[in-house]
Design a protein around this ligand. Structure first.
Ligand code: ATP
Length: 310
């Protein structure tokens, strides 16, 4: 069985009478890229801050690398790297000097980690350029370089792609994938834009109003969001036979409400209609169904029920 890297149980954080994180139980397994998805104010940063030790829970438990005692958690946190909110870099120092400052502060012995991290994020050619004149993309890269300086087994990234241009986003995603695949890092990453995570996440945790409302694998989500052609007729059984026989449909299923869902002919619904009508089967509805990832999320957090094929 895969190693559990992070487990929270009924984790709760209150600000006065307001509950920002409400009894949240999540589990992240070794090798996963766990995407935490929730709109602004859902509680993502609050959760990640508690996991990384930047804020104390009011209730509940955290186990990191299967350690949940205060001392165990402390040593487990040395195996994590994080970007939570903007890391505070010194404005008048270069990339290298900033990392040197943090290396000493964190007691990381080997100075070679600085060059390795800068190389990984593509910041070796910034020379004496001061942090204050870095572009946003360079600042984000330096944040990642800092997070990976100690070769962490778990990377905690709070909206790291926020504000980057499309090229910067793609490069950042590529770096995250490499850290996961080539360096074996497990990743816990948050975003309020699902499509940003959809190219990298292996598991999603949807949160809303401080609560975890659904956990689903990337494959499961893809299946749920699959587009298909929904067909309703006056004679479902006959229609299925006709579709199989005359249009060679192999990927179809019938829902409880007698709707036929076809994975084929999405771009040619008229062929489906013509064939059914030719066989004297009345057609009452033909439309594309299924959701894209953002629509799925909106339906989920909006609490609405969605189509019966999902
Ligand atoms: P965003 O994407 O906007 O960062 P988020 O999901 O990360 O959203 P959090 O930053 O965790 O959300 O905030 C969750 C809720 O807790 C919000 O309503 C926020 O206003 C509130 N909150 C966060 N920090 C504090 C604080 N220090 N004092 C009071 N309320 C806070």
């Amino acid at each position: 069985m895969s190693e559990t890297i992070l487990k929270t149980e009924n984790l709760t954080k209150k600000y006065g009478s307001f509950t920002a994180v409400d009894s949240m139980s999540i589990q992240v397994t070794k090798g996963e890229i766990y995407g935490l998805v929730g709109k602004n104010g859902a509680g993502k940063t609050t959760l990640l801050k508690m996991v990384s030790g930047l804020s104390l829970p009011d209730a509940g438990e955290i186990a990191l690398f299967e350690k949940n005692s205060p001392a165990g958690l402390n040593s487990a946190r040395a195996r994590t790297g994080c970007i939570i909110e903007t890391p505070s870099f010194l404005p008048y120092l270069s990339a290298e000097k900033n990392l040197e400052y943090y290396r000493i502060q964190r007691g990381i012995r080997n100075p070679r980690c600085i060059r390795k991290s800068l190389e990984f994020v593509g910041l070796t050619d910034t020379g004496k350029k001061k942090f204050k004149s870095f572009s946003l993309g360079m600042k984000q890269r330096l944040g990642l370089a800092l997070a990976i300086m100690s070769s962490p087994d778990l990377l905690i990234l709070d909206e790291p792609i926020n504000g980057l241009d499309p090229m910067g986003m793609a490069e950042f995603r590529e770096m995250i994938l490499r850290l996961n695949r080539e360096h074996g890092a497990t990743i816990l990453i948050s975003s309020h834009i699902l499509s940003e995570l959809s190219q990298i996440a292996t598991t999603y945790g949807f949160i809303n109003g401080g609560r975890l409302i659904e956990t689903i694998s990337a494959a499961g989500l893809k299946q749920k969001c699959k587009r298909s052609l929904k067909v309703k007729t006056g004679d479902t059984e006959k229609a299925v036979n006709v579709l199989k026989r005359e249009l060679n449909c192999t990927h179809l299923h019938v829902s409880d409400s007698n709707a036929i869902y076809l994975d084929e002919y999405l771009e040619a619904p008229e062929k489906v209609v013509n064939t059914l009508v030719k066989n004297h089967i009345p057609v009452s509805e033909v439309r594309q169904s299924g959701l894209n990832l953002e629509e799925y999320f909106i339906e989920l957090v909006g609490g609405m029920h969605h189509d019966e094929n999902n």
